[in-house]
Every structure is written in C-alpha cells, then in structure tokens.
Design a protein around this ligand. Structure first.
Ligand SMILES: Nc1nc2c(ncn2[C@@H]2O[C@H](COP(=O)(O)OP(=O)(O)OP(=O)(O)O)[C@@H](O)[C@H]2O)c(=O)[nH]1
Length: 401
C-alpha cells in the first residue's frame, strides 16, 4: 500500500512544472506562501492584464451593436446599445483609472470589477431580451449572449493565480451561473443547462492549469532575477526593492525595522592564500550558516563581494542586537585554515535611531560597520558613540567595543 502510494505521488509530482524547485511547489497553491517581491510583481502583472482585458472589451462590446442593429427591432436595439455603451465606459474607466500599485488587494479588486461589468451587462441584457418575442435569427443572436459566462471563465487563464485563488473565482462564476438558472426556473431547459454547467466546470479546470503554469514560470523567473548566483540569497538589485517594501510596510504602523550591515573580516587574504574557489566556498558556507539561524521574516541579501545586509522587520534595536550576538557567538562558519570566520557588523534601527528614509537606515548601518572595522573588527556596533558599544561573544573576538 505504502509502495503504491509512493509510486503514485512520484508519478503525480512528475506532472508538476519542472521549472520549480520542490520547495517552491506550495507557492502554486496558496498566495500566503509568496515572498514580498513575488507578491508585488504578481500584483503588477495582474493589474496590467486586467487593463489589457478591459481594453479589448471596451473596443469589442460597442462593436457588436452593429450585429444587434441588423437583427433586433428598434426599441430593443436601443436598450441593448445603451447597456453596451455603459459597459464600454466602465471598461474604459478600469483601463484609465487603474495603475499597477504592487498591492495584491488592489489586484483582487481590479479582477472583481473587471468581472462584475460583463456580469451586470449579462443580467441586464438577459432581462431585456426575455421581454421580447424573438424571430429565429434574432433568437440565435440572443443565445450568443449566454456565452458570456464561458468567456469570463476562460478569461481567468490570462492571470498568474494560485490554485486557491482560481477555486475562489471559478466558484463565484459557477454560483452566478446557478443563480441565473434559478431566475429562469420555470422556463429552464434542464439538459442544456446541466450541459452548459458541466462545460463551465471543464473550462474552470483548464483555466486553473493555465494560470498556475503562468505562475510557475513567474516564480522561476523572479527567483532567477532576484537571487545572487553564487550564494543563492537575494541580490543587491532586489535588496533595494525589499528594503523599500519592508520600510513602507512598517512605516504605516510606525513599526520597528532593524538593518545589519555585515562585512566579512580579512576576506581578501582567503583569496590571496587559498584561491578564489576557496573564497567562493567560504561565502556560500557563510550564507548557509546564517540563513539557517534566521527567522522566516528576516531577509539576508548580498550587497557586494563580501558585504551582506540583514533586514529584520518588527525587531527593535535591543532584540536585533541580541539576535546578532547569538548568531555571531554560534559562529559564522570557518576560514579555509579552520579558524573562525568573523565579521564587522553595523546595526541601525528605524525607530530607535529616528531614521526617516530607507537610504538613511542603510547609511547609518554602513557607518557603524566602518566603526566596527576601525574598532578592531569582529564586533557588532549599534550606536555612533564608541563608549556605548556592545561586545559580541564571538569565539575569536579581537577587541572590546
Ligand atoms: N572568492 C570571491 N572573492 C570575492 C568575491 N567578491 C569579492 N571578493 C573579494 O573580497 C575581497 C574584499 O577585500 P577587501 O575589501 O580588502 O576586504 P577584506 O580583505 O575583507 O578586509 P576588511 O574588510 O578590511 O576586513 C577582495 O579580494 C575581492 O576580490 C566573490 O564573489 N568571490
């Protein structure tokens, strides 16, 4: 039984997108698993796609009035044309008024508005058409209006969505279709309604696969774009973005944000004595050691050659200092000669240091890192006045601070 289960799960996992690492798979299921940067990029992409969709519909919706004009009587055509113009105006407003903000809540709202417009148009036009006697040709055109829910369901495929988001949106569309059926209860053609409903479920399945595949590509691309190829941690470009994002998040609640500027000590001598390869291994070993000791909300990024930034949101200066002392005293890894690897660390905190911009936070931590270097290295400096510095418990501490 267990062997069968293992074989089956192996088979199933081979169906998952190969561009993702195994640890990234949960990101296809739930948006909560996404990093800040991925959420931001996804939110921008969703809003851009909403605007594209809105543009297409703003053009196509009024154009169909030409067909309506040829098949429907004058009063019916005028009513439909008015609804079409209203829908066109609503799509155009979405197109011009929405701008990518990077916030997922805005992206969800944009999708909701985009889908609400055709749904309202569908209900209004259906109500109007129901009150009229239609000839064979105009009845055929009127039936075309019933395809709108299918177009909306298929439209979900253009967004990079998680399975949970897909399920929620598809369920809403299925409920809307169910309500439409309930409203036409007395005249409902059951076999054709059930067939249509089943078709909608099939389209929802295909759509979920399409939008999750897009999401998988996006996760892989974002990973490649934001990771430092040598160490696999965040690179400098994404670091600046993350610093701004974290700053904006804590700024709203006037929360704490600690930043440590970490510079490895005497790194050049490793390269000079043992070669560049050994230097690379030491860097990788350092980031692995440090990453294993961090909280999941902390972000470690490579700022330059042997310089790193550690961002600790919702952490005050004392907490951050304690965390760093603990990390340093447990060791940052080894130099190729077996001696402990040490670092000079400058620590600054947004509230404690009364800092007003992310750049200022970075500069303050950088200045304190230089202070740590000039004080003898292998220490954490968290103040600008030397007498209030705190010593680390690091094994190879060279000077008190
Ligand atoms: N192996 C390796 N070395 C690198 C990499 N990036 C930068 N470096 C080296 O890191 C060294 C940094 O040297 P310095 O800036 O003099 O700093 P240091 O020797 O650590 O001295 P202090 O910071 O004053 O303690 C240089 O020799 C760079 O070539 C890298 O990706 N791999």
């Amino acid at each position: 039984m267990t062997t069968l289960f293992v074989a089956l799960s192996k088979r199933l996992s081979s169906l998952l997108p190969s561009e993702l690492h195994a640890s990234e798979m949960p990101q296809l299921l739930l948006p909560q698993r996404h990093s800040l940067l991925l959420s931001q990029r996804r939110a921008m992409m969703i809003i851009n796609r909403v605007r594209l969709f809105a543009f297409l519909f703003a053009v196509l919706t009024p154009l169909w009035s030409i067909v309506d004009f040829m098949v429907f009587s004058y009063p019916l055509w005028t009513g439909l044309a008015m609804f079409r113009l209203l829908a066109c105006g609503a799509f155009a407003s979405v197109l011009f008024m929405y701008r990518p903000s990077g916030r997922l809540t805005d992206a969800y709202l944009a999708i909701a508005i985009l889908f609400a417009i055709p749904t309202l148009f569908y209900i209004a036009s259906h109500t109007l058409l129901r009150g009229h006697e239609l000839t064979q040709f105009s009845a055929a055109v009127a039936t075309g209006y019933a395809f709108l829910p299918f177009v909306l369901m298929a439209g979900l495929a253009i967004f990079p969505l998680t399975l949970l988001e897909n399920l929620l949106l598809a369920t809403l569309l299925l409920i809307a279709q169910g309500v439409a059926g309930y409203m036409n209860w007395s005249t409902l053609n059951w076999p054709s309604f059930a067939g249509g409903f089943w078709l909608l479920i099939l389209i929802a399945g295909v759509t979920a696969l399409a939008s999750m595949s897009q999401l998988a590509f996006m996760i892989a691309l974002v990973r490649q774009a934001i990771r430092d190829p040598l160490t696999g941690i965040l690179s400098r470009g994404s670091g600046e973005e993350i610093l701004d994002l974290q700053w904006n998040l804590v700024d709203r609640s006037n929360g704490t944000l600690a930043l440590a500027f970490i510079d490895l000590d005497h790194f050049k001598s490793i390269n000079d004595t043992y070669g560049h390869e050994a230097g690379d291994r030491t860097l990788r070993n350092f980031t692995e050691t440090l990453t294993a000791k961090l909280r999941s909300s902390d972000s470690l990024l490579r700022w330059g050659g042997e310089e790193f930034l550690l961002l600790m949101p919702n952490t005050d200066l004392a907490q951050a200092n304690r965390a760093l002392q603990r990390i340093v005293s447990n060791g940052l890894g080894q130099r190729p000669d077996g001696k402990p690897l040490t670092a000079s660390i400058g620590l600054a905190e947004r509230c404690h240091d009364r800092i007003r911009t992310p750049q200022e936070l970075l500069e303050r931590a950088d200045q304190r890192m230089y202070l740590a270097k000039s004080n003898g290295r292998n220490q954490v400096v968290c103040s600008d006045s030397p007498e209030t510095q705190q010593a680390t418990d690091a094994p190879a501490l060279t000077a008190s601070v």
